[in-house]
Design a protein around this ligand. Structure first.
Ligand SMILES: NC(=O)c1ccc[n+]([C@@H]2O[C@H](COP(=O)([O-])OP(=O)(O)OC[C@H]3O[C@@H](n4cnc5c(N)ncnc54)[C@H](OP(=O)(O)O)[C@@H]3O)[C@@H](O)[C@H]2O)c1
Length: 326
């Protein structure tokens, strides 16, 4: 059976996901929708997509579509995921699926009632590099994990980007903070018991630089960083009682990555082969969930943990008192 897809919106990220949908052999991209009918037509023609829909609901009303990919601005993820579920569609929604845990609960209840698969698009979760890191850490290579240090920054130069608009769920933490936060969650296996956040705020009301401190039951800590000012960089270090692991490129791994495992003063390098093309494994995982009934790699429980932790970090940063006005 072939999964017939529709995409809501003509987002930039589609350029990476459309080739992946076309690569697996179990999917067909059937339609794209845009708020503008003319834009949908032009986009469908450019990307050779058979159907163009004026408005997202028109695509959801098409009975030929089985599943939708939602790469809309963050504030639109919950309403359009719920609308898609109501139309009986399976949903692959870009991260962050929701900006609070209660919305994930609503999505979970609706998806369960409609018997559809809903998965959040954290592409790194599907990559062999992530599996290797989890194998090492959960296999005890570092002993007891005490500290995680991780972050994602890039230089945001587009002045009118949706990431700078608070009404659209913008901000560095919501955009790239989910990577270090969810990775820490994977490594510790649970949500934090305490968080502290500190942000630099943009005139548009969003954070453009975020520092988060998280403490987990048992005592492990995570220090996370998300930013729009420094140039592109991602990092992850895991410190344990018996060793330390450095992962230079944790969130968008290339075809060959090198981990550094330091124990007893000796550094061992571990090479991990990655995907020739990112997003293909994410699409394949979603297909398996819908077509084979396999459990998706990213569960709604994971998404709930992420939304709860990220929203707690935002609340903490909003509550933090400035010692000196800027
Ligand atoms: N997984 C990853 O690696 C990754 C990478 C980048 C981005 N993302 C996620 O993907 C999503 C989209 O990011 P992007 O950078 O691709 O966004 P983008 O290029 O700004 O596109 C967003 C699309 O949403 C639609 N839209 C609906 N309401 C809108 C509004 N009020 N303002 C602007 N656009 C609106 C527009 O399509 P129409 O006008 O055609 O309707 C637009 O093309 C975000 O949630 C982001 O977090 C994920």
């Amino acid at each position: 059976m072939i999964l017939r897809w529709g995409i809501l919106g003509t987002a930039r990220i589609n350029r990476r996901v459309i080739p992946a949908i076309r690569r697996t052999g179990r999917s067909r991209l059937l339609a794209v929708a845009s708020r503008s009918g003319a834009r949908a037509e032009a986009y469908a023609s450019e990307w050779e997509i058979p159907r163009a829909c004026a408005g997202y609901q028109a695509l959801l009303d098409d009975p030929a579509i089985d599943a939708v990919y939602i790469p809309l601005p963050n504030s639109e993820h919950v309403p359009w995921t719920l609308a898609a579920i109501a139309a009986g569609k399976h949903v692959l929604c870009e991260k962050p699926m929701a900006l609070n845990a209660a919305d994930i609960d609503r999505i979970h209840a609706a998806a369960t009632a409609a018997k559809v698969v809903v998965e959040e698009g954290f592409m790194y979760r599907h990559e062999p590099l992530t599996a290797k890191v989890l194998e090492l850490v959960h296999g005890g290579a570092l002993g007891t994990v005490h500290a995680i240090v991780s972050g994602f920054t890039f230089s945001l130069v587009r002045a009118n980007d949706v990431r700078l608009d608070a009404t659209l769920g913008g901000g560095a933490l919501w955009d790239v903070g989910g990577y270090p936060v969810t990775y820490a969650q994977l490594l510790t296996g649970r949500g934090p018991k305490m968080v502290f956040g500190s942000a630099q705020w943009h005139a548009g009301g969003v954070d453009t630089e975020f520092m988060g401190m998280l403490r987990y039951p048992g005592g492990a800590t995570a220090t996370v960083y998300a930013g729009f000012h420094a140039s592109l960089r991602t990092w992850l270090e895991v410190l344990g009682s018996d060793g330390a692991l450095t992962v230079p490129n944790p969130f968008k791994p290339g075809i060959r990555e090198t981990l550094e495992l330091e124990r007893n003063g000796r550094v061992e390098t571990i090479t991990v082969a990655g995907s020739a093309e990112l997003f293909v494994r994410e699409i394949a995982d979603f297909e398996a969930a819908v077509l084979d009934g396999a459990p998706p790699v990213v569960t709604l429980a994971d998404s709930r943990d992420a939304a709860a932790t990220l929203s707690a970090l935002v609340d903490s940063a909003r509550d933090a008192t400035a010692l000196y006005p800027e």
